[in-house]
Design a protein around this ligand. Structure first.
Ligand code: F6R
Length: 241
């Protein structure tokens, strides 16, 4: 695991953008694994800027996303499909038909998960972007999730529901279930880039890097992967320095 510590969140975004730019330059039809949440927003702005300036074209890339809420379709403003469309896909020249996000309204959610895992088994992402939860979760894989998990349905923990409530008018509107890539799906990516910014991520970053590798901290699984780059700001790094 390589760790880059940047002074600011802006530099984290810039560093991540350079890594993604290189992957797309080397392989124009790369499969990019993407994430939602507040952490990747700076990176997505930089990718959009690169596209606008003609530095990078994403016209042949394919994408997969980590997760989606159950019960929200892509027109719901809090769905992860909507997030990706508005924060990235509509701002770059990717072909929408090449973007894949789990459907939280699929008639058979179990099948949706199995199809997604089967796709990933045949198409390992060239690069997978991750954020990290305050409790060490990656995607919606909460502490206790087995490292051999594939894409599955999860019941969200109370603290994750509370964390996400800020995006909904009322906590009762936060979906209780989600679909998520499993830890084994994530680990199948050829390269993984995990971003973290802010003091509220410092403990999770410490646990990921320093505590024993165990499902108690899902992100610690990344230490078993041969090609992981962690890009964090000095606040998120404050407990490992
Ligand atoms: C997002 C995801 C989550 C977030 C994590 C951090 O697709 O799977 O695991 O990466 O909850 O979220 P932020 O970036 O909002 O702090």
């Amino acid at each position: 695991m390589k760790i880059f510590i940047c002074k600011t969140a802006e530099q984290v975004a810039d560093t991540a953008n350079k890594i993604f730019r290189e992957v797309v330059k080397t392989k124009p039809d790369a499969l990019l694994g993407l994430a939602t949440g507040s952490t990747p927003l700076g990176l997505y702005q930089k990718m959009a800027e690169d596209c606008r300036k003609g530095i990078t074209t994403y016209k042949d890339i394919r994408t997969v996303n980590l997760d989606e809420y159950v019960g929200l379709d892509g027109t719901h403003e809090q769905s992860y499909r909507y997030f990706m469309n508005t924060n990235l896909f509509q701002k770059i020249d990717v072909q929408m038909s090449n973007t894949r996000v789990l459907s939280g309204v699929a008639p058979d959610l179990q099948k949706e998960c199995e199809d997604y895992s089967a796709y990933l088994a045949g198409n390992p992402p060239d690069i997978q972007l991750l954020g990290i939860g305050g409790n060490g979760h990656i995607a919606f894989n909460e502490p206790g999730t087995p490292f051999d998990s594939r894409t599955h349905i999860v019941t969200l923990k109370e603290n994750t529901i509370a964390d996400n409530a800020r995006f909904f008018s009322d906590i009762s509107k936060v979906p209780r279930k989600a679909l998520t890539m499993g830890i084994a799906d994530i680990m199948s990516a050829k390269k993984i880039v995990l971003l973290a910014t802010g003091k509220n991520k410092a403990q999770a970053v410490f646990d990921m890097c320093e505590k024993p590798i165990s499902p108690d901290c899902p992100a610690s699984a990344l230490r078993n992967h041969p090609n992981v780059i962690v890009v964090i700001d000095s606040d998120a790094a404050s407990k490992i320095l």
